[in-house]
Design a protein around this ligand. Structure first.
Ligand SMILES: Nc1nc2c(ncn2[C@@H]2O[C@H](COP(=O)(O)OP(=O)(O)OP(=O)(O)O)[C@@H](O)[C@H]2O)c(=O)[nH]1
Length: 751
């Protein structure tokens, strides 16, 4: 099945020279062994996830190098890695956008998505996880399980993604084999497959517990790329302590796997009952694979990417233990049989070609120059070109089959999360199959949807105004913001109805800063950002009713409408913070569809602007009691009257400001702990726990977002740069009356 098409491919599907404006100095040439159709069971769609700075990018670079796709090792500290190709990423040394990379390793096709670790970009991780079949969790072995790892681990669990753990940075003096921390904090079941040889700067290799072989990197110089390493069976000449540790660990591994996998237990008890140790390594490997796929355990490997040790066995583990696309279950896909069904999981904007859409193909075949149907937008558009993504380079190909990740050119309306199929008729056929199945009583109607579930976009917590350098650039800026929004659904742009100013809403300070930078560097527009502000919410304290009549003559036409309604607070727990609208049964029968929509529009626009400060409302229910409309009244007037009446009722109901409260985790040395605590007390922070991690303390707290502006600079000063932190939205909490008053005065310019 291994179709060696590389020559053919090189002749016909050359790289697109200079068409993509990104820079990539070290990519020699892309030679995928079979870029068209790898057998599905040899494909691995993999993500790398971790806490910031755990070494994801360094590990990815090593993988690309050993797989033969780069000819020099990239270094995040020198800013020349392949996957971090945007200018900001190179400058800051962090991964902002997931870049998809396709390469082959030992007859397997690996589609790898490098995901960012900073919490401001959690959506990027979520987006990537949605389309992955497996993941590698990279840990800094000297830090163990950190905050962001926990967050992404939970996300991976949500999508039932089997994982392999890689304990990186084993060369650091404080590195330790943090198995317990994986067990306790991640509530995972680590399956230890390797034992490190040496520690700290004497870390020289690993022992593979399946084969009892020693893999040693005997570096001749600091520049040694680690490509060559020695593989040798352990024997009596080896250190007796190591032999003992390996023997114990192998026995423990065999027992653990037998506990988790019945097939393996049976084999052990029948064919190898005399000597468990004689079990062949391939049988053990097959069992570890079953355990990993069933998510009963996670294989754990270790190494040091920076020092070029341990990455090749990690690549082997990806192919050996993580699932192929056909081993994963996707409910919706079966309705499409062999027809095309794909999910758009990322949009990038290329200045010359317009939007580039990343698609994960679940069934069928994708071909360029064909029309595709977007179910979510109910539109059909033409895909002009089909590419294999290789960081910032792309190889053009004539078709792509299920299981792969493709990059398409020409889809202008598609946004992240849309389901793409071959035609409207194919969507209808899938819907019919789903319908028949649900009618046959096999499953509920909800499950019979033919749309792949998209990506949930969290609400942004920060916002600020953005202005072009001159009015003549306003249209350009709007265009740029549209492009950026299609790429990044966590960025929201709106226009303030009172001031007419454009408002940027984002997930954090860094997020907004990066957007600002990109507008300048990629699109050449110098914009001015207003001060960063916190996105509050509002709710009401009591129930209240109001009525209102609008009687207005516009030109020849008289519009008369009367509205009566009641509002009340609802329990956050029961509605998850959203607002509700109900209409009395009597009224439901009286209103035409058009007028009902006008009423709903009026209520929903009031939900977007609370009565106190104009922030969106949370946990408010509205009951529409009476709406009388004189003939000739336009729907717009009905909406206007409903909004006015809502405002009246909301004011009577007493407003309450809700502020975003973040969960904060700070890792800091003992000597700086008290100054960090002192500073936190001044920020209205509440300390939840202080844990020890090696020589450091980990401080867990909640703190209002409003108090956290510029925190990274303050923390750096307080601790001379010896602390790291992560911040994530926890909840919205009611402000006390005193704080609320101060805020109201400050925002209305009285303070
Ligand atoms: N000592 C040591 N340092 C490492 C190792 N791997 C990576 N680093 C360093 O750790 C830092 C972060 O590495 P990255 O590869 O950028 O980490 P990342 O997880 O991709 O970071 P983000 O993209 O910002 O989330 C860099 O300074 C690397 O040189 C390792 O094995 N040992």
């Amino acid at each position: 099945c291994r179709c060696r098409l590389s020559c053919h491919v090189k002749r016909h599907y050359s790289l697109l020279p200079g068409k993509f404006s990104y820079w990539s100095p070290k990519v020699d040439s892309v030679h995928l062994d079979s870029p068209i159709n790898s057998c599905v069971y040899r494909i691995r769609n993999i993500g790398i996830m971790a806490h910031i700075d755990a070494g994801k990018t360094t590990t990815t670079e090593r993988m690309l190098y050993y797989a033969g796709y780069t000819r020099a090792l990239g270094d995040v500290d020198d800013g020349d890695t392949v996957t971090d190709f945007m200018a900001q990423e190179r400058e800051r040394g962090i991964t902002i956008q997931s870049a998809a990379v396709t390469f082959d390793w030992k007859s397997h096709r690996i589609n790898l998505i490098d995901t960012p670790g900073h919490v401001d970009f959690t959506l990027e991780v979520e987006r990537a996880l949605r389309v992955l079949d497996g993941a590698v969790a990279v840990f800094d072995a000297s830090a163990g399980v950190e905050a962001q790892t926990l967050t992404v681990w939970r996300q991976a669990e949500k999508h039932h993604i089997p994982c392999v753990c890689f304990l990186n940075k084993m060369d650091k003096p404080a590195a330790n084999f943090c198995i317990e921390s994986i067990r306790q904090k991640l509530k995972a079941n680590p399956v230890l497959l390797q034992i490190p040889v040496g520690s700290g700067k004497n870390f020289t290799g690993v022992v593979d517990l399946l084969t009892s072989q020693k893999l040693m990197w005997k570096m001749k110089s600091m520049r040694d790329d680690g490509r060559a390493f020695e593989v040798k069976a352990l024997d009596r000449s080896d250190d007796p302590d190591l032999l003992q540790v390996v023997s114990d660990a192998r026995t423990a591994l065999i027992e653990q796997v037998a506990d988790l996998d019945d097939e393996f237990a049976e084999l052990l008890l029948t064919d190898f009952s005399e000597n468990f140790d004689a079990i062949p390594s391939n049988k053990l490997q097959e069992a570890v694979r079953r355990v990993t796929l069933a998510r009963k355990g996670v294989p754990v490997l270790c190494g040091s990417s920076l020092r070029n040790k341990g990455v090749q066995p990690l690549l082997d583990a990806i192919t050996a233990y993580l699932p192929a696309p056909n081993e994963r279950h996707h409910d919706v896909v079966r309705w499409y049989k062999d027809d095309l069904c794909a999910l758009a999981f990322k949009v990038l904007h290329d200045k010359q070609r317009g939007p580039l859409v990343f698609l994960r193909i679940y069934s069928g075949t994708l071909k360029p120059q064909t029309a595709l149907h977007n179910i979510n937008r109910n539109s059909t558009e033409r895909m002009s070109r089909l590419l294999v993504p290789f960081a910032d380079q792309h190889v053009e190909i004539p078709s792509m089959t299920a299981g792969n990740i493709a990059l398409t050119v020409g889809l202008k309306q598609t946004v992240t999360g849309d389901t793409i199929v071959s035609s409207k008729a194919s969507a209808a056929a899938a819907a019919r199959r789903a319908q028949n199945d649900s009618e046959a009583g096999k499953r509920s109607r909800e499950c019979a949807s033919v749309i792949l579930s998209g990506v949930e976009v969290p609400d942004p917590v920060f916002f600020c105004t953005i202005e072009p350098p001159s009015m003549s650039k306003q249209a350009d800026l709007e265009n740029v913001l549209n492009c950026l929004q299609r790429e990044d659904p966590s960025l929201k742009v709106r226009v303030d109805p009172d001031s007419g100013q454009t408002i940027l809403c984002g997930m954090g300070e860094l997020h907004i800063e990066i957007i600002h930078d990109r507008i300048r560097t990629e699109y050449g527009i110098e914009t001015h950002l207003g001060p960063l502000q916190v996105s509050y919410r509002e709710t009401i304290l009591h129930e209240a009713s109001a009525s209102d009549t609008l009687d207005r003559t516009v030109g020849e036409r008289r519009h008369v409408v009367t509205v009566e309604l009641a509002v009340g607070p609802v329990d956050i727990a029961s509605v998850g913070g959203s607002c509700e609208l109900a209409v009395t049964e009597e009224l439901e029968g009286q209103l035409s569809a058009e007028m009902k929509e006008a009423v709903e529009n009026g209520v929903h626009s009031s939900f977007l602007q609370g009565p106190l400060l104009g922030y969106p409302l949370q946990s408010v229910s509205t009951l529409m009691q009476r709406v009388t409309i004189e003939p000739g009244t336009s729907p717009a007037m009905v909406s206007a009257c409903v909004s006015r009446c809502m405002l009246k009722a909301l004011r009577l109901a007493g407003g309450q400001v809700l502020e975003p409260v973040m969960s904060l985790e700070v890792t800091v040395g003992d000597d700086h702990l008290s100054s960090v605590l002192g500073d936190l007390a001044q920020r209205r922070g509440t300390v939840r726990d202080i844990q020890s991690r090696h020589d450091n303390k980990v401080l867990l707290a909640t703190v209002p977002l409003a108090e956290m502006m510029g925190y990274s600079t303050v923390l750096r000063t307080l601790t001379s740069g010896n602390a790291t932190f992560s911040l994530e939205l926890d909840t919205y909490e009611a402000m006390n009356p005193q704080e609320q008053n101060t805020l109201l005065k400050r925002l209305s310019g009285l303070l």
